[in-house]
Design a protein around this ligand. Structure first.
Ligand code: ATP
Ligand code: MG
Ligand code: MG
Length: 403
């Protein structure tokens, strides 16, 4: 993709916007862009530089993303709404064409990264509550104040914000910035690096413990509760697929596993699609596994498997909903039963949490009580982000829950 119309090749120390931004290292990439850590010589801060591919369709997409990001930033002057902010934007000409560049506030790793360690019981439900509160705050802002749908909410698009020693900013001097600094004096990505190291260390300890248990009686390494005290704040990013509610026209939205039933059935959609993806994300945080990972099989499609998995976990879809979409006839008969997947193995969210993921019963019940309403097949019955923020599960005190 590093050709005409594609990505812009960046080397460390390349400068942008007439020397204002200096590239430091690659932070990530997507189908539309590469994202770089850059040093802003004007403000002496780090930023994330999202450099879009240069073909016209990508330029157009970037213009749209910049419009949405500008709205988000202008309406949140205190930067407290848990959605990424736009610092600036500019054009950059390179050998592959003219690239629109977005200057974003620099955030940390995505929560996908945290999820991978969850299997080792690295993050307890209290951390998940904190993360859920942030995501819901962001969604409430997008939905209620700006009338924007995100349409691609998933762990990869939620980035951590470091709050380790936020008062100190070690990156003030004009000397070339170094990311790895002694612990305790970190901001932004540097602090995230420390979290990452601790997570890795924790994972190794967990593996060592399992091995020791198998050997029987070997001394256990003391589990270090190194994540305690780290306040997991996060922000919603990647507004590339976001749209205004009254201009929601795309048929296929959302990443497969986080896709709401009304999108599959083409029954029309609005804000509740983001709520569905939120619930899938919260489940994944708590279990380390995707809630729905559909696959096509002999005689049925990926969509049909997806609908079957939903019903096995959440109960039979009400007939009215099942037959009410533009594509309903492809999947359901007139009774509201799937045409090609006949025998469903019904379970429930709390049973799954207890049996498969070994949740204590109370934790499982309470978490399921929080998630189940958000996974209503009827989008109109799903609670809004604002309503979810009031839910008692999010406000439970640490003492009440199992660590
Ligand atoms: P997609 O194909 O997902 O639409 P995209 O080209 O629109 O991708 P983004 O998803 O916005 O790009 O960003 C790509 C990656 O860059 C992210 O997954 C993340 O790892 C990193 N990234 C993006 N924004 C930031 C930021 N503000 N701070 C730190 N890292 C970031
Ligand atoms: Mg993305
Ligand atoms: Mg995108």
């Amino acid at each position: 993709s590093y050709r005409k119309g594609g990505y812009h090749a960046v080397r460390i120390a390349d400068s942008f916007a007439a020397g204002r931004f200096i590239a430091q290292r690659k932070l990530g990439w997507g189908q539309f862009s590469t994202v770089w850590l850059a040093y802003d010589t004007q403000t002496s801060k780090y930023v994330a530089l999202k450099i879009q591919k240069s073909a016209p369709e990508f330029v157009q997409a970037a213009v749209h993303e910049i419009e949405i990001l500008s709205m988000i930033t202008e309406n949140d002057p205190k930067n407290e709404k848990c959605v990424v902010q736009l610092v600036d934007h500019f054009k950059h000409r390179g050998p592959n064409g003219q690239h629109l560049c977005m200057v974003l506030e620099f955030l940390g790793d995505s929560i996908l990264h945290l999820i991978r360690f969850n299997r080792y019981k690295g993050i307890n439900l209290n951390k998940i509550r904190e993360i859920c509160r942030c995501i819901l705050t962001g969604l409430d802002y997008l939905h209620r104040e700006l009338h924007i749908l995100h349409t691609d909410l998933k762990p990869e698009n939620i980035l951590l914000v470091s709050t380790v020693n936020p008062s100190k900013d070690p990156i003030k001097s004009q000397t070339p910035p170094i990311l790895e600094r002694p612990e305790g004096s970190l901001t932004g990505g540097a602090a995230i690096n420390v979290i990452e190291k601790k997570l890795k260390q924790r994972a190794r300890q967990a593996v060592a413990k399992i091995a020791a248990d198998r050997r029987g009686g070997a001394p256990e390494p003391k589990p270090e509760r190194c994540l305690d005290g780290i306040d997991f704040r996060c922000k919603i990013v990647d507004l590339g697929n976001a749209c205004c509610a009254d201009k929601a026209v795309a048929e296929e939205i959302q990443t497969r596993q986080y896709r709401a039933p009304e999108v599959i059935l083409q029954s029309g959609y609005s804000f509740p699609v983001d709520m569905w993806s939120f619930a899938c994300t919260a489940f994944e945080l708590a279990t380390g596994e995707m809630m729905f990972a559909p696959k096509p099989g002999p005689g049925f499609s990926e969509d049909e498997d997806h609908l079957a998995l939903m019903m096995e976990l959440l109960g039979k879809m009400p007939r009215k909903i099942a037959i009410g979409g533009g594509r309903s006839k492809d999947y359901f008969d007139r009774h509201g039963d799937l045409k090609r997947i006949r025998r469903l193995k019904y379970s429930s969210l709390s049973r799954l949490l207890i049996d498969k993921f070994k949740f204590p019963e109370t934790d499982a019940r309470e978490f399921a009580e929080f998630l189940n309403p958000i996974l209503d097949f009827d989008p109109e019955k799903r609670p809004t982000a604002q309503q979810c923020l009031q839910h008692p599960w999010l406000h439970q005190t640490p003492a009440k829950t199992t660590v």
